[in-house]
Design a protein around this ligand. Sequence first.
Ligand code: PLP
Length: 293
Amino acid sequence: DGVIWLDGELVPWRDARVHVLTHTLHYGMGVFEGVRAYETAEDGTCIFRLQEHTDRLFRSAHIMRMKLPYDKAALNEAQKCVVRENNLHESYLRPMAFYGSEGMGLRADNLRVHVMVAAWNWPSYMSPEARDMGIKVRTSSYTRHHVNISMCKAKANGHYINSLLALQEALDSGCEEALLLDNEGYVAEGSGENVFVVRDGVIYTPELTSCLDGITRNTIFALASECGYPVREKRITRDEVYVADEVFFTGTAAEVLPIRELDGRMIGEGKRGPITTELQGLYFDAVKGRLPQ
Ligand code: PLP
């Protein structure tokens, strides 16, 4: 049920289809976003950091040399329209740009670029229990190789193969998420989350050479600095995570998610730590419009 915005028109959900020869389906070259709308205290439903997500979608397209046939204002409006027309309150939005089916082969410069925005109710990525108690994570045997393909600034479909494999590997071994390392063995990020490590009141996170330039990550920088916690970007080793006081993931879907165990090692007290709790609370205040934006 509901409608999807496809190439400038609102289309019934079941009619928003693509052809089997869709180029992006074959070769994975496309760009997308994950965005969330929240019910806010004052303004009704509000899309959190909409402009930042739209800006990143355009940067991703630029890196991938994909020319989007709409401007930023039109895509902002499309996202608001999909939330409004579907009467959604707490929801997840998926804007995506992909190549059409006019031609096969690797050459993509002559293909139509389609753009769609879908949205649906998705109150929580993890269970409320996971949000409160933390999750078990496994270091993945798959690596992030952002530097080689300079992808930290791009959220592109093709980058998610390792994420999918890593997540499945983690789930198969009884964990809830995966932690991917970079080519050199330093901590990179989760399958779809940035990672933060807390030690002696200082918050550390990997530099933007091996992880996506996350919008939640940037929000955490701002919230932590308001609370007076120093945040440092640095290379982090796997054993630094094992001996951290607290560790948490951040992402539009996962929000702020405590990690209580990595590779069978309990982290800190084995439950959500005080700084994670504080930042998580502030994050929910921010998305719900209870803090100045
Ligand atoms: N890292 C990866 C690989 C992601 O897919 C995401 C989700 O978009 C993130 C990190 C977190 O980014 P953001 O906070 O912008 O959602």
